[in-house]
Design a protein around this ligand. Structure first.
Ligand SMILES: NC(=O)c1ccc[n+]([C@@H]2O[C@H](COP(=O)([O-])OP(=O)(O)OC[C@H]3O[C@@H](n4cnc5c(N)ncnc54)[C@H](OP(=O)(O)O)[C@@H]3O)[C@@H](O)[C@H]2O)c1
Length: 308
C-alpha cells in the first residue's frame, strides 16, 4: 500500500481509503471481514458520513470495528457532517456541527474522530460559527484534523479566513469517467466543447496551492452513481486501454483505473467503496503500478477526451 504523509494532517495514511457508504448492506460479521481485509492490505483510513443511510453506515462500522479488536490508534477514522437528507438541508451551524460529531462518536463507538469534513456547502453558512465549532471540537479532543467535501474555491478561502485549524482535505468526485476536476484547464476558452466549462472555479489548483489533499470519491463510477465503468460495454475504448495496461502490469483493470488517480502529482487519495473483499484486493493492486506519463494520457483520451 502506498502511504501518504498528509501535509498538516495524518502521517502514514493509506493512499486508498475504504469508503463505508455501502456498509449498511453488510452484516456486522461481513463488515468486520471487510475492515480486516482492508487492514491486511494496508488500508488504514476509513471514510464515513452522518448522512450515509441516516447514520446506519457509522453504526455498522462502529459495531464491526469494535468486534475486530483492532487498536483504535492503528486506524484513521473520518466522518462528515452538514448534509441532512431527512431535513432536506445543508447545515453548517455550530449547533449542528457539534451535535453531529457527538452522534458520529456514539454511533462509531469511539471518543474521537481523526478527521471531520464539512459535507457540501451550506449556502447560508457563517464562517465565524464554523470557526467556533472547530475550536471547541479541537479543544475537547473530539476531532484531530478538519477538512471539507465538495467545497469550491471561494468557500474554502472564506473558511480559511476564519477557521484557525488548517483545512487538510477536500473530498471531491474524480474518476476517469468523471474528470471535470481537471478537464477545463486543457480546453480553456474553447467554445466548441462543454469540457472547457469551469465548473468549480479552479478547485484542484486551489487545493494544491494551499496543501489541501484531495480525496477522490467514486473512483470507479460513471455518472452520478450509475455503476462501475470497468467492464461496462458502454465504455469500449476505455476498457480496451485499461485492459492493455492491466496486462502489461499484471493487475486487474480496476487497479489501473485507481492508479490513474494516484498518478496525479497532487498526491490524491482514492476513496474506494467496494464492499467485496476480493474487489478491494484488486483495487489495492493499484499501488503496484506507476503509470508512465504516456499511459496516463492514453487512459485520459480513451475516456472520451481529445487533444484540443
Ligand atoms: N463526499 C461525497 O459527497 C461522496 C459521495 C459519494 C461517495 N463518497 C465516498 O466515496 C466512497 C466510494 O464511493 P462509491 O462506492 O460510489 O465508489 P466506487 O469505488 O467508485 O464504486 C464502488 C461500487 O462499484 C462496484 N463495483 C463493481 N465492480 C467492481 C470491482 N471490480 N471493483 C470494485 N468495485 C466494483 C462496487 O460493488 P461491490 O461492492 O460489489 O464491489 C460498488 O457498488 C463511498 O463509500 C463514500 O465513502 C463520498
Amino acid at each position: 500500500m502506498k502511504k501518504i504523509n498528509v501535509v498538516n494532517g495524518p502521517q502514514n495514511a493509506s493512499a486508498i481509503i475504504l469508503g463505508c457508504m455501502r456498509m449498511p448492506a453488510l452484516s456486522v460479521n461481513d463488515a468486520e471481514k471487510m475492515i480486516q481485509t482492508a487492514m491486511s492490505l494496508g488500508v488504514n483510513f476509513f471514510d464515513n458520513a452522518t448522512c450515509y443511510t441516516a447514520g446506519e453506515a457509522e453504526i455498522r462500522f462502529g459495531d464491526a470495528f469494535a468486534q475486530s479488536g483492532i487498536p483504535r490508534e492503528d486506524v484513521i477514522i473520518q466522518s462528515k457532517c452538514g448534509l441532512n437528507f431527512e431535513r432536506s438541508e445543508f447545515d453548517w451551524t455550530k449547533e449542528n456541527i457539534l451535535s453531529s460529531v457527538d452522534d458520529s462518536l456514539r454511533r462509531m463507538r469511539t471518543d474521537y474522530l481523526d478527521v471531520l469534513l464539512l459535507h457540501r456547502p451550506d449556502l447560508i453558512f457563517d464562517p465565524e460559527e464554523v470557526a467556533e465549532a472547530f475550536d471547541i471540537l479541537e479543544k475537547n479532543g473530539k476531532v484531530r484534523w478538519f477538512g471539507v467535501s465538495n467545497v469550491p474555491t471561494l468557500q474554502m478561502a472564506l473558511l480559511r479566513r476564519y477557521v484557525r485549524q488548517p483545512l487538510v482535505f477536500n473530498q471531491l468526485q474524480f474518476s476517469l469517467e468523471q474528470s471535470q476536476l481537471i478537464d477545463q484547464a486543457l480546453y480553456l476558452n474553447n467554445k466548441t466543447t462543454d469540457l472547457s466549462l469551469d465548473r468549480d472555479n479552479g478547485t484542484l489548483d486551489y487545493c494544491r496551492l494551499h496543501d489541501i489533499t484531495v480525496q477522490a470519491w467514486s473512483p470507479l463510477q460513471y455518472g452520478f452513481f450509475k455503476g462501475c465503468f470497468v467492464d461496462d460495454p458502454q465504455f469500449p475504448e476505455l476498457n480496451k486501454a485499461l485492459g492493455e495496461i492491466a496486462e502489461k502490469y499484471g493487475v486487474p483493470k480496476t487497479a489501473v483505473a485507481i492508479a490513474w488517480i494516484l498518478r496525479h502529482p497532487a498526491k490524491m487519495q482514492a476513496v474506494a467503496g467496494t464492499m467485496n473483499p476480493e474487489h478491494l484486493k484488486d483495487v489495492c493492486q493499484a499501488c503496484k503500478v506507476d503509470l508512465t506519463h504516456h499511459e496516463w494520457y492514453q487512459l485520459y483520451l480513451a475516456s472520451g477526451k481529445y487533444l484540443p
